[in-house]
Design a protein around this ligand. Sequence first.
Ligand code: CS2
Length: 488
Amino acid sequence: MTLLSNNTLASLAGKLPLPAYRLAPQQPGIGIVHLGPGAFFRGHQAYYTDLALQHGGDWAISAVSMRSPDVSQALTPQDGLYTLAVLDSDTRYQVIGSVQEVLIASERYQSVLARLSDAATRYVTLTITEKGYCLNAQGELDLQHPQIQQDLSGGQPAVTAIGLLVAALAARYAKNVAPFCVLSCDNLTDNGHKLRRALIGFAAQKAPALANWLEQQLISPCTMVDSITPATDAALRAQVAGVLGVNDNWPIKREAFVQWVIEDILPAERPAWQQAGVIYAADVSAFEKAKLRLLNAPHSTLAYIGYLLGYETVYDAMQDKTLLNLLQQMVQQEIMPSFTAPAELDIQQYSQAIFARFENPAIRHLLAQIAWDGSQKMPMRILPVIRDNLAAGRSISKLSFCLAAWFLFIRRRLAEGQPLVDPLASSLTAAASTCRGEAQHDVARFLAIEAVFGTELPKQDTFSQAVTAAYQQLTTLVSEQPVARGVV
Ligand code: CS2
């Protein structure tokens, strides 16, 4: 069967919506570089930019992977085209055309630098996951990070997104070309400001004049991004081939819900993202807190406890009424009181809609995938709520179940001989190796990991006692599995 590509695109007319701008004689030029062309990017930012391109403008995307060749190998033969399947009460398919090229920085470094330093490139968006920013527990660039050290030593190609972007910005500075606008599209608190400080901090180590220039000119809005995008599987590839009549090496699936909120500080010259449904806000922080705390915090809690109870997917775990009850108590009693939601958001409806999204039977979202990178996710979605609640004298007993379940998940994965997908896997494994099934002892081993918990939080007895109590309860519960009862 032939492949989806520029050559076969026109033949698909009438079968599903196509990117008309990819069928026109004059193709849009590249105006955006995206770092981290994973499934979320292709279901979210690339989708919005595909809609925006229907309003014109040279806003095609050059997608760049730092090292992994997979996406480039899949999409280059397809001229960047791929299918998006939106799984709702029915499944809606469309071809996304906003990605014009997929480059691998470690293999085509000079081409990537040239694309980034080209004046036509006015935006760089990033989905490099929390670990990609190389931040410490305080949210600042970790100058001792081995890969940051490697990039600061001047080695080429740069192995971090931060090193690559500063190299490109330095090239623009040398050519007197304005910096591109950078948009972090990852689940970090205060993502735009942290990215900006990381870039300027790195530059300051290399060239103070460059750092000053960036201090004056670099625009890095905060954003909030949201859509549940499970990994592609063979079933989706077969469904798409059946609809299109041609093969698509890497189609993407996601839920119908999609949202992108961007701090309204972009230059006037921008893709038609607003016409595509992007929300511009003067202050993104309330949207970010609502999403990280009302979606991602229960997501992680469900993932770790659900995995320990033997469930495989979010949908499966949501059928466990005891577990669902814990999530609802955590949200209502400990998370909602922790922040002020955006004025236009009905927080109860927003939270109910999130739980309904978790129960979408069409979405097969693996708990083990959500469980990845816990050392990077807990500081963004659980610890800020715990810190706020401790400061205000509010309960943290339900929130503590997420951390306790994470610790037990780590021990379970290691006992199963399963990989621990986490940049701090060695530290987590070391802590787990000293555990002996005694709650207070085991919890102390994990809380001693400073890169995750810092130095102050573990000193607070209220915190360590709450996590210890949760760890004890879960240990008892899990030993009695699969009867998932009595967790609260
Ligand atoms: C999930 C997120 O894998 C995870 O950590 O919680 O990817 C979640 O699906 C998205 O943030 C939803 O917008």
